[in-house]
Ligand binder design. Structure first.
Ligand code: BTN
Length: 251
């Protein structure tokens, strides 16, 4: 059914017509031993979750709602790099459809300044070992404008709205998974540095001034790029440079 030509990613696929959240199920499966590369995918989620306790609208036929279980042998502080790689892969796949996707660090994908995809990464780790990572991907494929709730209309979009074509979520899922398997293997054998350039190709507001919010403060700074470990590098008005591991960029 899935026509996947991958070696290990998606060898085991758990597909549910309806589920509360693929992320929640994937975490349960991961905690009880699901193998590296297992995928949980749903046609519809009734309680899809985003970052910061936000809701993720996930109706049937409108997009891709899936969670990947990974068990990378890397240090837990490197895990954000994998999220950046997933974002890069989604941006690359989207760019085949005549649109110009950009990645808003750390994990939103925008087209024409509106969000088309979001990534939610959750991890279980001990000291210096990752037990598992669950990477949730939400990608809006076939919504038309009126299908988004009023509060999302100004900030959300779909590939159909942006490209003018109705697309098959299964075909897109295949493309994302095949590309990600390849990128992941390169990453594990060569590290993030060789793949960083791919991210920079899609970096949103690179070199531009943005409004930054962290738990402690909010200010304007220029996005200079990302550090080798995946942190965001910001240059402040007074010339100082800082690296951020967690922040919201406003647009
Ligand atoms: C965000 O932008 O805040 C992240 C959104 C992540 C949504 C996906 S859809 C599949 C998986 N299951 C969930 O409940 N959430 C993620």
């Amino acid at each position: 059914q899935w026509g996947l030509q991958t070696e290990w990613l998606g060898k085991s696929i758990v597909h549910k017509p309806t589920i509360a959240s693929t992320q929640t199920l994937a975490k349960q499966l991961a905690a009880t031993g699901a193998e590296h590369g297992t995928i949980v995918i749903a046609d519809e989620q009734t309680a899809g979750r985003g970052r910061m306790q936000r809701t993720w609208h996930s109706r049937k036929g409108e997009g891709i709602w899936m969670s990947l279980i990974l068990r990378p042998e890397i240090l837990p502080n490197k895990a954000p790099q994998i999220t950046l790689l997933v974002a890069t892969v989604i941006a690359e796949v989207l760019s085949n459809f005549n649109v110009k996707p950009l990645i808003k660090w750390p994990n939103d994908i925008l087209i024409n300044d509106k969000k088309v995809s979001g990534i939610l990464t959750e991890m279980q780790a001990e000291q210096d070992q990752i037990e598992f990572m669950v990477i949730g991907i939400g990608l809006n494929v076939n919504q038309s404008k009126d299908m988004f709730p009023a509060d999302l209309k100004p900030i959300a979009t779909s590939l159909k709205i942006q490209s003018g074509q109705k697309l098959d979520p299964i075909v897109m899922t295949q493309q994302i998974l095949m590309k990600f398997e390849d990128v992941y293997e390169k990453y594990i054998s060569h590290g993030f540095d060789v793949l960083k350039g791919n991210w920079l190709k899609y970096g949103y507001k690179l070199g531009e001034k943005v409004y930054i919010q962290t738990a402690k403060r909010q200010w304007y700074g220029v996005i200079e790029g990302i550090e080798p470990d995946g942190a965001l590098r910001i240059k402040n008005d007074d010339g100082s440079v800082e690296t951020l591991y967690s922040a919201e960029i406003k647009w």
